[in-house]
Design a protein around this ligand. Structure first.
Ligand code: DQA
Length: 145
């Protein structure tokens, strides 16, 4: 069995489904987990699916992924636009990193146009709602082979 794909989500994504549904959709984070599990399974991978509102916890999980993951899918949420600490943790990974966003931040407010995470990402999937996660898992599985 290969190492799992880590699927990590940042702050406020625990409220997916009720949080600004006109932007982020009606599916909950649990729905997203189900989609990711199924997509990963179809490529022979398991996932570790976690969400945190805390920057340091995300840093800890990214560090953990150095040894334990085949690839990382990360929706950094608001921290993508602010966190040098998350960027620094990602730069220590020797595995594929797929940055993922439900919305298309490039088409929103100007402060969302820059993400630090992109500097360390192998690729970015954004703008497809919950499907962004599925596409990101598929990309991760392809690169992790
Ligand atoms: C987000 C986009 C970010 O700008 C925002 O802060 C989020 C969610 C997305 O998935 O579209 O919390 O990462």
């Amino acid at each position: 069995m290969p190492k799992p794909i880590y699927v990590l989500s940042g702050p406020n994504l625990n409220l997916l489904g009720t949080r600004e549904p006109e932007i982020y959709g009606h599916q909950t984070l649990d729905d997203v987990r189900g989609l990711c599990e199924a997509r990963a399974k179809s490529f022979g991978f398991e996932i570790v699916f976690r969400q945190s509102n805390h920057e340091g916890e995300l840093v800890d999980w990214i560090q953990e992924a150095r040894e334990k993951a085949a690839a990382v899918v990360l929706n950094p949420a608001g921290y993508g636009h602010t966190s040098v600490a998350i960027l620094d943790a990602l730069k220590m990974l020797a595995i594929p990193v797929i940055e993922c966003h439900l919305s298309n931040p490039a088409a929103r407010e100007s402060f969302r146009r820059k993400t630090y995470v992109s500097l360390a990402a192998t690729g970015v999937v954004s703008g497809f709602g919950a499907k962004s996660y599925e596409l990101a898992v598929e990309a991760a599985a392809g690169l992790a082979r």
